[in-house]
Design a protein around this ligand. Sequence first.
Ligand code: FES
Ligand code: FES
Length: 165
Amino acid sequence: MPRITVTVDGVTYEEEVEPRLLLVHLLRDRLGRTGTPIGCDTSNCGACTVMLDGRSAKSCSVLAVQADGSDVVTVEGLAQGNEWHPMQKAFHTEHALQCGYCTPGMIMAAIDLLRDDPDPSEEAVRRGLEGNLCRCTGYCTIVRAVRRGAAEMSKAREPQEVPAP
Ligand code: FES
Ligand code: FES
């Protein structure tokens, strides 16, 4: 069986994998990252979205062997210690979930969207997240959360004022 090396949420793993094993199954069943759910078997829902080498990817449509040598970040790797990522906070603040099944994928896709458009309009958010489906919320709170998360992330990037001596 092929042997792969993959870094997930900052931890490097060496695994022997069947060539047909999907990345999402490696993450969930072998590496315990059950925060990444499976919502369909057609690559449609986006629930399984993770970051693969810095860009969002549906982990149900990537083979584990294709991730050999890659850096994967799941929703479980976003927080810094006890501090949630600003996008996680924004989803919480805006109540942008009901059952929560789509939430990990939405958050990962949202973070990726902001890489290309740090201050997206409502329309840009809707367009950017069209690969992620939610059957509960009607999307309004999700769109608000992504825009709030964007604002928080851009605030965090602003240079901090240095107090006068
Ligand atoms: S589980 Fe991957 S897109 Fe639905
Ligand atoms: S909150 Fe239930 S699918 Fe989105």
